[in-house]
Design a protein around this ligand. Sequence first.
Ligand code: DQA
Length: 140
Amino acid sequence: KKLIIINGPNLNLLGKREPNIYGSLSFTEFLDEVVGKYPDADIDYFQSNIEGELIDKLHEVGFSYDGIILNAAAYTHTSIGIGDAVKAIETPVVEVHISNTFNREEFRHQSFISPNAKGVILGFGLQSYELAIQSFICRT
Ligand code: DQA
């Protein structure tokens, strides 16, 4: 299975940024550990703080990969463009959030990704990403 994790703005600061909410592990430390656990999956990683670059990446992988794990971060709540891109591509997208966005500010309750996502996983810290990987690997 060819999978990609796409992280949006400010997620390059994971480990340093509000560790009470997002934890103190950097994403690359986490990813190294997780990738080793799923040798059958080929897992790419992309992060950008720029909305258009996230859209370009969705277009690039969205007709050939088996699955996309997308944490669009703040753009989740603002970007019709990223929402439209998720709708336009063929590869299924699982939306992920580290925090439970529903027990935070009201403006985090809306998502432009969710209506076109295969599923949504949120609130489990970095484990949310691992659950998303499993969702593409495990068949029941
Ligand atoms: C986030 C939640 C968003 O509301 C926030 O803007 C982020 C991270 C999360 O993973 O919990 O940057 O997507």
